[in-house]
Design a protein around this ligand. Structure first.
Ligand SMILES: Cc1cc2nc3c(=O)[nH]c(=O)nc-3n(C[C@H](O)[C@H](O)[C@H](O)COP(=O)(O)OP(=O)(O)OC[C@H]3O[C@@H](n4cnc5c(N)ncnc54)[C@H](O)[C@@H]3O)c2cc1C
Length: 477
């Protein structure tokens, strides 16, 4: 047994853990990392970056196919899947090498971590003692809880990202963001795609108008989205995989070459010995934390996917920074989730949200006004031939302060930042409208819902004052 001692030990060197370690080092803290590998974290190795690299290719293929609407007729279009996979691998390697370089600037213990006591953790033959710990062990895909699924076999997000050829047909189980992004990827690459979802539309947690719109666009593209299903069992039939499900009171079958299991991830808590450290947890909901990111043991913090709530990279990083500041300074800084976007979905059209959506406001009986504007009515979107979707702003009917904004449409994951910045500065819809917008741009679409909200509240619309002055100054005839 080799014994070591540090001020702070961070378990897991993914996005959350790495941010925690860097922040602690900035405070002069002696911080060490533990990771069982492969090093790089989910976002870089098997999450955001490989998926967005693949989507760039399927989006390009789709745009080329659709370019006839702009008078461009492409022939002989072909997706070179081995090239696309190799490009993705090269990008992931680049990103991972850079991160691994950063990780090696910390004392690093490689292997599975297990708490022995509230102040000691073991990794192989090493026992490391620390005054404080940050747990950032991420999430895992839970075993498929559908009869026959494990025996029949399936690919999860890891498997889809590693495909070297596209199956002729795919059944996607799930309608969340990874199901939408990667389901649309395989469909655009040529797989006959069926999506079986529990709720009435894709992206259950999103507002109905957003989820219904995306469901409609997917169907227009030829993806068979089957809503309100209950999955019953999975089996082989010849060389095909069959999913039996219930919908509309009857049993149905979907048959395909491959099943993409995309029913989400759960926090990764197994084997950490949390009971030895006095850290309360739940096997599917993860480690509970307070607003300062402290677990039930105040000297042990948890951040990122392992806390089970948001499962987004920027939240993991933010939580890592807050937790480390609190750990190093014995602080009580509370994480502020006011601006945490519901999520960004890199489907086409893209979906993104900040603050509250209508479902959440209605659930908490919070009064609001709503302004909405369709890309089909927006000049720049019409010029680009990208007219799917809309933007929506929700505002407080008294103060006019923005409560939330959503976009489903072209460049949605970029456009949402305008609303994020405005809400960061507590803007009212009238403040938002006063920001000059270049013309013609997609961004200027935000001014319409802002104006609609301001009109409902009775707020002064910029220019009103000048118009009033001009009207008063006009000589009466
Ligand atoms: C396909 C896909 C696409 C995604 N796209 C997006 C996106 O576009 N935008 C977005 O915001 N989020 C996206 N996400 C989610 C995002 O990747 C995660 O929320 C984020 O990476 C979680 O970071 P983390 O630090 O909590 O965990 P991780 O990055 O998973 O890090 C956990 C680390 O802990 C280590 N570890 C685990 N257990 C142990 C142990 N017992 N001992 C030692 N080490 C251990 C692991 O090796 C790993 O390095 C996507 C996820 C997937 C699957």
């Amino acid at each position: 047994m080799n014994r070591h001692k540090h001020d702070l030990v961070v378990v897991g060197a993914g996005s959350g853990g790495y941010a925690a370690a860097r922040t602690a080092r900035d405070f002069g803290c002696d911080v060490a990392l533990i990771d069982r590998g492969p090093l790089g974290g989910l976002c870089i190795l098997r999450g955001c970056m490989p998926s967005k690299a693949l989507l760039a290719s399927s989006d390009a293929l789709y745009d080329a196919r659709e370019a006839g609407a702009l008078g461009i007729h492409a022939t002989g279009l072909r997706a070179d899947i081995p090239f696309i996979a190799a490009r993705k691998r090269a990008l992931v390697k680049d990103f991972a090498d850079y991160r691994i370089d950063g990780i090696h600037r910390f004392p690093l213990y490689t292997g599975d971590a297990r708490f022995l006591s509230p102040a000691e953790i073991s990794v192989g033959d090493d026992v490391i003692e620390a005054a404080k710990f940050v747990i950032a062990t991420g999430s895992i895909v839970p075993p498929g809880a559908i009869e026959g699924l494990e025996e029949t076999g399936y690919v999860d997000t890891d498997g889809i990202l590693e495909l070297e050829s596209i199956p002729d047909s795919v059944i996607v189980l799930g309608g969340g963001y990874t199901a939408c992004e990667l389901g649309q990827f395989v469909a655009r690459m040529g797989a006959r795609t069926t999506m079986l979802i529990r709720s009435g539309h894709l992206l259950t947690d999103m507002d109905d108008d957003v989820g219904d719109a995306l469901t409609g666009y997917f169907r227009e593209e030829g993806i068979d989205v089957v809503t309100k299903t209950k999955l019953l069992r999975v089996a082989w039939r010849g060389d095909k995989k069959v999913v039996t499900y219930e919908a509309g009171g009857r049993q149905h079958e979907a048959i395909a070459d491959e099943i993409f299991y995309a029913l989400g991830r759960i926090p990764n808590v197994a084997g950490l010995g949390l009971e030895n450290a006095g850290v309360a947890y739940h096997t599917s909901r993860g480690i509970g934390v307070d607003a300062t990111l402290r677990t039930s043991n105040p000297k042990i913090f948890a951040v990122g996917d392992v806390t089970g709530e948001y499962m987004l990279v920027h939240v993991a990083i933010y939580q890592g920074e807050v937790a480390s500041r609190n750990a190093c300074l014995n602080g009580a800084e509370e994480a502020d989730y006011r601006l945490v976007p519901a999520y960004t979905v890199f489907s086409d059209p893209q979906v993104a949200g900040v603050g509250k959506n209508e479902k959440e406001l209605q659930r908490t009986a919070t009064p609001y006004v709503r302004g909405r504007y369709d890309f089909a009515e927006h000049g720049k979107a019409m010029c680009l031939g990208k007219t799917k979707g809309f933007v929506k702003i929700l505002a407080d009917p008294q103060s006019g302060r923005m409560l939330g904004a959503t976009v489903i449409g072209p460049q949605g994951s970029e456009l949402i930042h305008e609303a994020i910045v405005a809400m960061n500065y507590n803007a009212t819809v009238a403040d938002f409208m006063r920001i000059p917008h270049l013309h013609p741009t997609l961004s200027e679409i935000w001014t319409y819902p802002a104006e609609e909200c301001a009109a409902q509240i009775g707020m002064k619309i910029p220019g009103d004052e000048q118009m009033e002055l001009a009207t008063t100054a006009e000589p009466s005839s």
